[in-house]
Each structure stands twice: as C-alpha cells, then as structure tokens.
Design a protein around this ligand. Structure first.
Ligand code: ARG
Length: 475
C-alpha cells in the first residue's frame, strides 16, 4: 500500500481540503499537510461506533426539542444507509475529509441535505472521537473477554484430563519436585483469570461517556447526557468536560492489561517451545499449528507459540507509545491524541489473534506421559520427600538436607535415582531409613503427599478444576 502522503494517494482527494471548517481560512490546506494530518486511513475502522454515537446524539437532540422529528428520522435513516454503503464497500473515503467523522457527516449531508448539517449541534469532534474510541474499545473488550473464557475453558478441561500426569516441576529450569501436568496447566489458568479480572475492571473506566463535553467546556444546549449515555449503554456521562475530551488513560490502562496478558501468554509459549523440542520432548504440537523448514527436512517448527512469544514486544511498544503520547499534554484536547488509535487498534488485533491461536492450540496439544515421567525420575525430584521422611523420623531438617545431599551425590556418580538404590545403600547415609522409605521415593507418592490447598496432588487438581469450570461458566 502507498504511503498516505504520497502523491498517488493525494490524487484520490476529490474535494477542497478544508470544506468543513474553512470559513476563517484564506487559502486551502497544503496537500501534504492534509494527508499528514488525516486519520481516515485508520480511524474508519470505528465507522459503526461513529454512526451509533451520531444516532444517539440525534435522538437526544430531538428529545430536548433542538432537532425536529423529521430531521431526526432523516438523519437516522441516512446514517443507517451510509453504514450499509460502508459495509458493502461502496463508500468513497476521502483523505481530504480528514477523518471518519467528517467523511460520514459529509456523506450524510450529501444524501439528506440540511438535516445532515444539523447533526453536529452541541457536539464537537473532540467529544465525538473520545466517545467513538470508548465504544470501540468496549466492543473489543467484550470480544477479548469471550475469547479469554474460551481459552480458559479448554485449559481447565485439559487440566482435568492431565490431573494424574506426572512431570518434573522446575525452579531455575532445573528439576525441583514432581508435579502433575494438570497442576502446571492450572497455574496458567490462574494467570489469565487475573488478566480477565483486570480487563473487567478496566471496562468500568472505559464505559463512561464523553459526549456532551463538546469541544472542551460543555455546551450551551440543554443536552440530556444521561439519556444519550443510556441509549449508548454507557454507565454514566464523564463528570468533567475538560477531562472527557483529553484523557486517554482508559486506552493506556487497556494496553497495560494487554501487555500483562501477552507477558503471560509468552511464558506459556516459551514452555510449549521448550517442551516440543527433542531435548524435552514432553508434548507433540499438532502439525496444523507448525511449519517446516525449506532446507532441513526433519524440522517441525513451533511457529505459533514462537509468534505469540514475540508479539509481546509490539504490545509493550504500544503501551510505551501511549504513555509517552499522554505525558505532559496540557488540558484539554490536543491533536497528539489522534496518535492513540493505531497502537490501540493493533493491541486489540494482537490480543485477539494470540488468544484465538492459544484457544485453538492448547486443547490439541498431545502430552507425552512416559517422557514426562522419565524426566521427573532422572532429576532426583523426590529428594525433598526423602528429607521430609527423615524429619518425620526425628532428624532436624538441616541434617536431613545434608544426608539426602550425600545420597544424591551417589546417585549422580552411579547414574541412578534414589528409588533405584538398595535399602542397605540408603542406610549408609542414615540409620533412620527403613523399608517404608520406598513409598515416599515414588513420584506418585510424592505428588499425592502434596495434598494441601493449592498443591499438586491429583485430588487437589480435580478440586481446582471444578472451581475453575464454575468460574468459566459464570456470565
Ligand atoms: N481525528 C481526530 C482525532 O483522532 C478527531 C478530533 C479532531 N479534533 C480537532 N479539534 N481537530 O483525534
């Protein structure tokens, strides 16, 4: 696609470049400046919200007697027809008309005449755009929340199927203690559940209506802002007109929530990449989510998790862009704010794409139970269990730690797990060790013993899955 300020694109501008506000100007806008300041290339994605906001504004103006019923009907009908034109790809967007708002308004006037010119009574593009973004973001948040639930539902069901599967748990990426795979998946669940809660909370601050703030100070028309808010499904009108048109903190907050979510998804992605490598070999990713190499015939690359892992970078960048955009802006509206849209839209697209990829991928991951089990065995994962056993027999924990350390050293030297040693061998390290030690040295015994709230024991995992599924099903 051509750069929006290339000559090629400018030639598409078929109208004088400042017709909407040109009354006080003595020359028309420089063609480059028109293209440089235009936002229609990206803000036209808010056309539905712009039309929705305009219809509500017209209805409210009619209710307070500022607009006639006849004009209102023409406006509503005209805007709905324009929505149809846009959706059928018949609408001629013009850079000369700067943004989505003026493109639609100009088309409305072209269709219905003077009534179209009355729509902007008691309104400014400043409160209009702030309203459109909030409506757009609210819709996006609802779509993201639904996709999060889809992902979490699939995750919880996989956790249930894997409640008894034993794998090594890691700290420092070194085998630490055995855990169940279901428990590991539920850790992922908790992360994204918190992201969901953060987003629900963020939505409350998004869903407040700027309309009625007009350019910055409010308007002299007796607008019924409560009514417009109600028509648009906002929880309330913004309380201060200057704040309403100027702050984009709701977009920053959304992007911050998105950055945390993507951070979580990148951690899962990293584990999937590691686990699907020949070195770990814990899971098989479905072929349809992977790609091959053009030179190495043996390769099956985990592209989807890798991309999700990489996409956190762009969202972090967008967050930084929005924070920097807002920093030090004096009240009230400044054109700087036009720069809020691209980072915001790309964040929405990125989040929806990553969630969709994972919601589809995760339930299709095939765990390799035997490989996970072997790996847990190889890493002396039950060393802590042996120490705890000695503590139960009366040895202070620090001494038990030392005893088990010596046993592990023998294991390293002879390439055997603790469970593979004879009782006589183990008794060399402590006379407290008896035949019953082998019950605690098994991986199954180890995970079953962690039967504490929030622990890895299979029955605790099943309990946690039940609670997770109840939460997912809640509206
Ligand atoms: N396209 C503008 C934006 O995105 C709309 C508001 C323009 N307001 C103005 N006073 N120039 O912020």
């Amino acid at each position: 696609m051509q750069s929006p300020w290339s000559d090629g694109d400018l030639s598409m501008s078929d109208q004088p470049t400042n017709q909407t506000w040109g009354g006080r100007f003595t020359e028309s806008t420089d063609a480059f400046v028109a293209a440089f300041t235009a936002s229609v290339d990206f803000d036209r994605r808010m056309y539905r919200q712009d039309i929705q906001g305009s219809i509500a504004h017209a209805r409210m103006l009619t209710r307070i007697g500022v607009l006639s019923e006849v004009d209102c009907a023409a406006i509503v009908e005209g805007l709905e027809a324009i929505r149809g034109e846009i959706e059928r790809g018949e609408f001629a967007w013009s850079i000369a008309l700067e943004d989505v708002h003026m493109n639609i308004e100009a088309r409305l006037t072209a269709r219905i005449g003077d009534a179209g010119k009355r729509l902007h009574t008691g309104r400014s593009r400043n409160d209009q755009v702030a309203t459109d973004i909030r409506l757009y973001l609210r819709d996006a948040i609802d779509a993201i929340l639904a996709e999060m639930k889809r992902f979490l539902g699939g995750l919880a069901e996989l956790a249930l199927r894997e409640a008894d599967t034993i794998m090594p748990g890691f700290t420092h990426l070194q085998v630490a203690q055995p855990v169940t795979f279901g428990h590991h998946l539920l850790a992922w669940f908790e992360m994204v559940k918190r992201d969901h809660e953060r987003l629900v909370d963020c939505r409350k601050r998004v869903n407040i209506m700027p309309l009625g703030a007009a350019a910055l100070a409010g308007t002299s028309y007796p607008l019924d802002r409560e009514y417009t808010a109600q028509l648009l499904g906002f929880d309330a009108p913004c309380a201060n007109s200057l704040d309403a048109v100027s702050d984009r903190d709701f977009a920053i907050e959304f992007t911050a929530v998105a950055a945390i979510l993507l951070t979580h998804l990148s951690r899962m992605a990293e584990e999937l990449v590691l686990w699907s490598s020949a070195q770990f070999d814990f899971v098989e990713l479905p072929d349809r989510f992977c790609t091959g190499s053009s030179i190495m015939p043996q390769k099956k690359n985990p592209d989807v998790p890798e991309l999700v892992r990489g996409k956190v970078g762009r969202v972090n960048g967008h967050l930084m862009a929005l924070l920097t955009l807002m920093k030090s802006q004096p009240l009230a509206y400044n054109k700087d704010n036009q720069e809020d849209k691209e980072p915001l839209f790309d964040t929405v697209d990125t989040v929806l794409g990553c969630l969709r990829a994972f919601a589809d991928l995760i339930p299709a991951v095939r765990p390799k139970h035997e490989k996970m089990l072997q790996s847990a065995r190889r890493g002396f994962a039950t060393a802590t269990d042996l120490a705890d056993y000695l503590v139960r027999k009366g040895l202070p924990f620090r001494d038990a730690h030392e005893v088990v350390g010596q046993a592990v050293r023998l294991g390293v030297e002879t390439e055997r797990d603790l469970a593979e040693m004879t009782l006589a061998e183990l008794q060399r390290f402590s006379p407290l060790i008896e035949e019953d030690v082998f019950a605690v040295l098994t991986l199954e015994g180890s995970v079953a013993a962690r039967n504490v709230l929030g622990g890895t024991a299979p029955n605790r995992v099943r309990e946690a899955v039940a609670a997770a599924l109840v939460w997912v099903a809640q509206g």
